[in-house]
Design a protein around this ligand. Structure first.
Ligand code: PLP
Length: 386
């Protein structure tokens, strides 16, 4: 897509509901149809109406691509079959020998893709502490092609200063990729802060209902867009029209959901911070949190993810994760229902033994949009078992 500009004058919540979603011209249907056709009739050879074959472009996908690109303040949006498919498409921009600098806390699957899939093919990587901007500038390796960061990170919720990192990376002609899955475009728009590429697991807050796996990439640079679009079509990791419809529908309510996620997260942080069993609460709003200043500068609120460590160690973390009733013990995040997990044994097991290994007394919460008092009471009864 490239027509996000037409709705950029409207505010976020309006664009979420209208960008790319004009009523269907033949019937007036207000809801974007799920276009299942894999092929599109041509008037004469080459005389198509914008769509030829559904891997290359599909009307439902185009609506989603316009919608989310508009929210990220991007000129181009590309939807993928999963967050990792989107990431893989981006990594194909690198030439063999070009290094990826990965922030030293990130989703385990991103680490696995960079370190275990791409690195053996001749694409080096290293983990770096991106909170230390001076060290980043001083110790910059010559071969860097890409800097890859999540902010806030999964699962420690560390925040990195996108503007400062992009300034250094651009001095060295490196591409800056920001995984905006945790913040969502409602709370943070990395392209406006100097990032070159935004990537999402649309499976999370964009979809918002734990019923679709998807990925998304947003860019403003035409050359990058062309190269990414080429690979999207050539490698073909595209989402189905139904999956596009589900994400499109989820994004319509992103603004109201995120407000409630943030509000509920604050209630949860309060009870955790006051409980004797809790060693440390990790939430970007807390003044002593790593990257709090960066979060306060570049996010409009602090999000719905909360992590914490237990003084009594791994077994205590396991007990809490196993003892909640409303928080469901499950992987994933970012949906209406609250989830709890033990990252070391679940989402981040693939990072064991690496610089991205997570503490074994860590518990991660995806705070949903249920009633805040019910969530607080549920956590309190689980923590009281320690
Ligand atoms: N990025 C982050 C921050 C994630 O948490 C995840 C999945 O948990 C991914 C990317 C990968 O996305 P997907 O599971 O949709 O492939």
């Amino acid at each position: 897509m490239d027509d996000a500009d037409q709705t950029v004058a409207h505010s976020f919540a309006t664009r979420a509901i209208h960008a790319g979603q004009e009523p269907e011209p033949t019937t007036g249907a207000v809801v974007t149809p799920i276009s299942l056709s894999t092929t599109f009739a041509q008037d004469g050879v080459g005389g198509h109406k914008g769509f030829e074959y559904s891997r290359s472009g599909n009307p439902t996908r185009a609506a989603l691509e316009t919608q989310v690109a508009s929210l990220e303040q991007a000129t181009h949006g590309l939807a993928f079959a999963s967050g990792l498919a989107a990431e893989d498409n981006i990594l194909r921009l690198l030439r063999p020998g070009q290094r990826t600098l990965l922030g030293n806390d990130a989703y385990g699957g991103t680490f696995r893709l960079i370190a275990k899939v791409w690195s053996p093919l001749g694409f080096p990587w290293s983990a770096v502490d991106l909170t230390d901007i001076d060290a980043l500038a001083r110790d910059w390796p010559d071969d860097v092609g890409m800097v890859w960061l999540e902010t806030p990170t999964n699962p420690l919720l560390t925040c990195f200063d996108i503007e400062a990192i992009a300034a250094i990376a651009h001095e060295h002609d490196a591409i800056v990729v920001v995984d905006n899955t945790f913040a969502t475009p409602y709370l943070q728009q990395p392209l406006t802060l100097g990032a070159d590429i935004v990537v999402h697991s649309a499976t999370k807050y964009l979809g918002g209902h734990s019923d679709v796996v998807g990925g998304f990439v947003a860019v403003n640079d035409n050359d990058l867009a062309e190269r990414l679009l080429f690979t999207q079509n050539a490698a073909g990791a595209i989402p189905s029209p139904f999956d596009c419809y589900l994400v499109l529908r989820g994004v319509k309510t992103l603004a109201v959901r995120m407000d409630r996620h943030c509000e509920n997260a604050r209630a949860v942080v309060d009870i955790l911070a006051g409980h004797r069993a809790v060693e440390r609460v990790l939430y970007p709003q807390l003044p002593d949190h790593p990257g709090h200043a960066a979060a306060a500068k570049q996010m409009s609120d602090f999000g719905g993810m909360v992590s914490f460590t237990l003084t009594a160690g791994r077994e205590a973390a396991m007990t809490v994760a196993d003892s909640t009733e409303i928080f469901t013990l499950a992987e994933s995040l970012g949906a209406v229902e609250s989830l709890i997990e033990h990252p070391g044994a679940m989402t981040h097991a693939s990072a064991a033994g690496s610089p991205l290994e997570v503490p074994d007394n860590l518990v991660r919460l995806s705070v949903g949009i249920e009633d805040a008092t019910d969530l607080v009471n549920d956590l309190a009864q689980a923590l009281d078992r320690i």
